[in-house]
Design a protein around this ligand. Structure first.
Ligand code: SAM
Length: 208
């Protein structure tokens, strides 16, 4: 499935806002001893999660309902109806927010390990209370420092800090203890080097 433009992706409600590398670099550190080696990113977008996981040596199947040009990604695949690829041991994604509970239910039925990047207000809802009572996360890793803004697919403007708080929510059948809450600071794990966007910002940097 090939959609027409970046505007269409967002307008059609696919929630095409991609994960900043800082969040994935952090996951790789904080979940290092738990992440299974064969993973599925079922809402892979442009590969913001897939690429760093693969670079870190994980085997990752990528799929998405839309096509953002990620090489090797299976496109036109609605995760909610998709068949689990043979051998996959865990799911890692930043899901479309409005489908997060449905994504979580499906993943927990099929694999022993699930990591979802979600807004922390995912915790607060009477609608989700039965879900949390039935499926207690093993670990919730709160991003103490706001992540860089998740911009819409195709955004080329400057990247500012977000005003939204995110956390990695982990469901892990192997965990003997559930509901562990901890914090991370992505600055401890990633110092991404980004080219200054404009001449002005280059001059500003030269003056520092
Ligand atoms: C918030 S974006 C995150 C993309 C990517 N996971 C990341 O972390 O950058 C949500 C993604 O879910 C995809 N999506 C929306 N509904 C879907 C569905 N039912 N099945 C699979 N992918 C879906 C969108 O196309 C979009 O790429």
């Amino acid at each position: 499935m090939r959609l027409q433009s970046s505007h269409d992706h967002a307008a059609r409600g696919l929630d095409a806002y991609f994960t900043p590398p800082e969040a994935v670099a952090s996951l790789l550190h904080i979940e290092k001893s738990y992440l299974p080696s064969f993973l599925w990113e079922p809402a892979a977008g442009d590969g913001a999660i897939v690429r760093p996981l693969q670079e870190a040596g994980y085997r990752v199947v990528a799929s998405d309902i839309a096509n953002y040009g990620l090489k090797g990604c299976r496109t036109g695949v609605d995760y909610l109806n998709a068949k689990l690829p043979a051998g996959v041991e865990g799911v890692v994604t930043n899901p479309p927010y409005k489908l997060a509970v449905r994504f979580a239910h499906k993943a927990m039925r099929e694999v022993p390990y699930l990591a979802l990047l979600l807004r922390t207000n995912f915790l607060e809802s009477t609608n989700r209370l039965p879900f949390f009572r039935q499926h207690e996360p093993a670990r919730i890793w709160i991003s103490a420092r706001r992540l860089p803004m998740m911009h819409r697919h195709g955004w080329t403007g400057p990247r500012a800090p977000s005003n939204t708080c995110f956390a990695w929510f982990i469901w892990d059948n192997k965990a003997s203890q559930k509901r562990i809450v901890d914090w991370f600071d992505w600055k401890d794990f990633a110092e991404p080097v980004r080219k200054p966007k404009t001449r002005d910002s280059q001059q500003e940097l030269a003056l520092v």
